[in-house]
Design a protein around this ligand. Structure first.
Ligand SMILES: NC(=O)c1ccc[n+]([C@@H]2O[C@H](COP(=O)([O-])OP(=O)(O)OC[C@H]3O[C@@H](n4cnc5c(N)ncnc54)[C@H](O)[C@@H]3O)[C@@H](O)[C@H]2O)c1
Length: 527
């Protein structure tokens, strides 16, 4: 049974692993528990512990029906106990009441594997009463009977052919659940469609304190602050709101000063919480205001644009612009929770969606060939799989920031496409949107990489096709002065002693950081 904090968990914080014997529920569950910093419960082990006898003995003495009664009782106690990971027995959810109970309390991931894999994994195990006798025959029969049942769960993972580490990573991506350690604390990342209405509960479960100040811009606030407010009130939080006009031009110290003012009026204390509800501008501003108010108060990031979800929501970078340049003032201040509801992307304007898509492609190139392959499927496939793209992109970003929280090394890979892209954006006088500029920048940098003999053959073409398929531009405009581009790149932070510093793609899934090239060479290479 779970131990630890005693508060009752209300919604979506129990991760159930289900599926036939041998599909990996217990081993995956134990590992997942470590990754998520949660408690683990193996239901069969709990049944044995409480009964004081083995499952084989329970079956022998009480029959399957006796076992199922025990199983159901212990399941009820378990889900009422705590957030955690629960490995269920292979038939635990055949009972409709049990199924309704677990789906109310959390998410079920159904693990599958081929018959041969299941039999091979069960080879050493003897205490399997339902498989006694001819195991192969029994397993074929059981899978035949239950295949429709297992199939009916929407979240599924075939664990065949995966080593444990891969299976756990895939499980985390499917369930949209991660935990990040860094900057002196651990924080959870949760990605789930429709979860905005459960934000209040997610904060309560994590013992975050009010008053809560919800910071948003006027576009997002108009659409979603009502839903967030209701979820906070439902769990008795005192809540305040602050809306500012949308747009990068408002990412200033003046807006931060207005936020501080609201924090004072809301009588925020050291442990009160700021909630950033919006795109990257809101996250950067609210995160920075939280980092600096009372020398740092907790904040929670609820990103609502695709770009903010995939590129800005995790990592703890916060900041504002100065008239002299973007993001010149800032602080590393990790959020206490990143709560992502991809459903809100349905209201995101197209141009903003495309800004985010360029970052999704970038993320695929940096660290996930499967994600890049998804992006190659074109705009309509991508639009209908946004939820998965968000989960996969965030997984890659988490891998990177775990390795390099303060941007001293590999995190530079995230600059892919941005050295040229930033210059293109500036020289176009922001006529090109950020995502469009990054798209152009990625192709230019891939070309640079190819001309230097670094990128594998065909990379430029594959990248170009993928980006074009998403409606993104790929060419530096003919009439854009190359000298102006170099002049802007020279001002960039990523410059050292007459050389420009790039993160260049080698192949999909491999980006090399810290490549320094002479300015003159860059002009030639850009063509
Ligand atoms: N901190 C980081 O690690 C990091 C990383 C990348 C970018 N950034 C920053 O992020 C900012 C860009 O983020 P952005 O592209 O999200 O810009 P943004 O916050 O300005 O949002 C873009 C527009 O979309 C609207 N919007 C957002 N979500 C919406 C929704 N669900 N429905 C309808 N409208 C919605 C906003 O109101 C805004 O008009 C930049 O300031 C950049 O510096 C920060």
């Amino acid at each position: 049974m779970f131990s630890g904090r005693k508060k009752r968990c209300e919604v979506g914080e129990v991760f159930f692993l289900y599926g036939p014997s041998g599909s990996g529920k217990s081993s995956l569950g134990r590992e997942l528990t470590q990754k998520l910093g949660l408690n683990f419960c193996d239901l069969d082990a709990e049944i044995e512990a409480q009964a004081g006898k083995s499952i084989a003995t329970i079956f022998a003495e009480e029959g399957e029906s006796g076992f199922r009664i025990r199983e159901k009782q212990i399941l009820q106690q378990t889900v009422a106990a705590r957030p955690g990971v629960v490995a269920l027995g292979g038939g635990a959810l055949l009972d409709p009441e049990s199924r309704a109970l677990v789906t109310r309390q959390g998410d079920v991931l159904c693990l599958t594997a081929s018959l041969e894999t299941l039999l091979e994994r069960l080879h050493q195990e003897h205490d399997r009463p339902l498989l006694e006798g001819d195991r192969r025959e029994k397993m074929i029969h059981m899978l035949g009977e239950r295949s429709g049942h297992y199939d009916s769960f929407s979240m599924k993972l075939d664990t065949g052919g995966l080593i444990l580490e891969q299976a756990v990573r895939e499980a985390q991506i499917i369930m949209g659940a991660f935990q990040i350690h860094g900057m002196g604390l651990s924080y959870d990342v949760r990605i789930k469609k429709g979860s905005l209405k459960d934000l209040g509960t997610a904060l309560r479960v994590r013992d975050l304190l009010g008053p809560m100040v919800v910071v948003s811009d006027k576009n997002v606030g108009r659409l979603y602050s009502g839903r967030v407010g209701a979820s906070l009130r439902k769990v008795n939080y005192e809540e305040y709101g602050m809306l500012f006009p949308a747009g990068e031009v408002n990412k200033t110290l003046e807006t931060v000063a207005q936020l501080w003012d609201v924090f004072v009026r809301a009588r925020m204390e050291r442990k009160s919480t700021v909630i950033a509800l919006g795109g990257g501008v809101v996250g950067d501003l609210a995160g920075f205001a939280a980092a600096t108010f009372l020398r740092g108060v907790p904040w929670v990031n609820v990103p609502t644009s695709l770009l903010a979800m995939v590129d800005a929501s995790v990592g703890g970078k916060t900041g504002v612009n100065l008239p002299q340049g973007k993001n010149l003032i800032g602080a590393f201040h990790a959020p206490r929770l990143v709560h992502v509801d991809p459903e809100v992307l349905s209201t995101l304007p197209d141009v903003e969606l495309r800004n985010g898509l360029a970052e999704v492609v970038k993320t695929g190139v940096i660290g996930d060939p499967g994600l890049f392959a998804r992006c190659q499927e074109g705009e309509s496939a991508v639009r209908s799989n946004l939820d998965e793209l968000v989960r996969r992109s965030i997984a890659v970003k988490i891998d990177i920031i775990k390795e390099d929280p303060y941007e001293n090394g590999i995190r530079e890979a995230l600059n892919l496409g941005h050295t040229v892209g930033h210059a293109v954006e500036m020289v176009s006088d922001f006529g090109l949107h950020h995502g469009e500029a990054v798209s152009i920048g990625m192709v230019a940098e891939a070309r640079l990489s190819q001309r230097m003999g670094l990128a594998e053959n065909g990379l430029v073409e594959r990248l170009t096709e993928a980006l074009k398929g998403l409606g993104l531009p790929v060419q530096i405009p003919e009439d854009m002065s190359r000298d102006d581009l170099i002049a802007v790149m020279k001002l960039d932070k990523k410059r050292a002693e007459g050389k420009l510093r790039f993160s260049l793609p080698i192949r999909v899934g491999d980006v090399q950081t810290g490549i320094e090239i002479n300015e003159t060479e860059v002009v030639e290479l850009l063509g």
